[in-house]
Design a protein around this ligand. Structure first.
Ligand code: ADP
Ligand code: MG
Length: 344
């Protein structure tokens, strides 16, 4: 049974960066404005994330790493919206099956923090013979999750990993993208024992400033911006219309020419991949940029959660959604008009 659990976990957690993505999303869901990550050995030895979010209640700690435990049920009126958002209560459970997981957490109303460690979905006692109750300890408001020895019991997953520096590069890439999407949140990432972080953003800066900080001045000074949305009118539309959507993009103009496209796509605030949307936008640029030149594009689309394809497992990064083609076309057209208008 534990082998099956490990295999299932490996389908959700592929590498340190995919574990980190889940943890960042949890921290953001918890309302954090500060996310600090410490990494050892590309995240294979240690991956620690500290946030200042709402914390986890002591009473919820024993179930934290149990499959399909989610505190997010009450936030959503229907279950399909919940699952399509990617809230399935599988991330921490999966991690606990393939790594040593521990949590230190404190809510505002708690007078101290609580610590618990997990293995195979359940809390483990810190000493043999003891009950695995959460232990009181010192700590700030918020949650620190520590993942150690990722895939120590999953040799096939472990052997599929690349070098520490490559895994670290992927971690930085995920953090960089979430930092762009959340300019009001401070992100810090550093290697264990090092005093200078590789990545550090302040909170409350605007998105262009964050892009400048993370991707450089050359990109930032050529950025243009569009918003796009479904045409909702008074008769139908509104928040509950499954066909309504909004999008926002920051992208480089024709003055900027990179060798490879940098494409950041967020759907409902989740970092995802969509080769189709990427291709569509690249084809807009092929009419504006010389052959071989590529843009930087950040695109955030918000659609009704029920319109996201439920047949695609939400932990898969590639998504599909209702009216995808029409929405993509409208966004691409809007990007094109802006680019053409700019170059005149
Ligand atoms: P999901 O995010 O799908 O609910 P996870 O396995 O990622 O499932 O997390 C399980 C639960 O643990 C969450 O629903 C949330 O209640 C709690 N949780 C996880 N990380 C944090 C965090 N950083 N701050 C507060 N609560 C958290
Ligand atoms: Mg989660």
């Amino acid at each position: 049974e534990s082998l099956i659990n490990r295999i299932a976990a490996g389908e959700i957690i592929h590498r340190p960066a995919s574990a980190l993505k889940e943890l960042i999303e949890n921290s953001l869901d918890a309302g954090a404005t500060s996310i600090r990550v410490v990494v050892k050995d590309g995240g294979m030895k240690l991956l620690q994330i500290q946030d200042n979010g709402c914390g986890i209640r002591k009473a919820d700690l024993p179930l934290l790493a149990e499959r399909f435990t989610t505190s997010k049920l009450s936030t959503f009126s229907d279950l399909s919206a919940l699952t399509t958002y990617g809230f399935r209560g599988e991330a921490l459970a999966s991690i606990s099956h393939v790594a040593h997981l521990s949590a230190v957490t404190k809510t505002k109303s708690d007078s101290c923090a609580w610590k618990a460690s997990y293995s195979d979905g359940v809390p483990v006692p810190s000493k043999a013979g003891q009950t695995p109750d959460p232990k009181p300890c010192a700590g700030n408001d918020g949650t620190t999750l520590t993942i150690e020895d990722l895939f120590y019991n999953t040799p096939t997953r472990l052997s599929a990993l690349r070098s520490s520096s490559e895994e670290y590069a992927r971690i930085l890439d995920v953090m960089t993208k979430y930092a762009v999407h959340n300019p009001n949140v401070s992100f810090v990432c550093k290697k264990a024992g090092s005093s200078s972080p590789e990545l550090s953003t302040p909170s409350s800066s605007d998105i262009t400033q964050t892009i400048r900080l993370l991707y450089g001045h050359t990109i930032a000074k050529e950025l243009v911006h569009i918003t796009s949305s479904s045409e909702t009118n008074d008769e139908h539309g509104g928040d509950d219309d499954p066909e309504s959507w909004t999008a926002e993009a920051y992208f480089t103009n024709a003055n900027y020419q990179a060798k490879k496209t940098v494409f950041l796509l967020f759907i409902n605030h989740r970092l995802v991949e969509s080769p189709r949307i990427k291709r569509s936008i690249e084809s807009v640029y092929s009419g504006v940029l010389p052959k071989g030149a590529s843009p930087f594009v950040y695109l955030s689309i918000n659609i009704h959660p029920r319109s996201v394809d439920v047949n695609v497992h939400p932990t898969k990064r590639e998504v599909h959604f209702l009216n995808e083609e029409a929405i993509t076309e409208k966004i691409s057209d809007s990007i094109q008009s802006k680019l053409v208008g700019q170059s005149q």
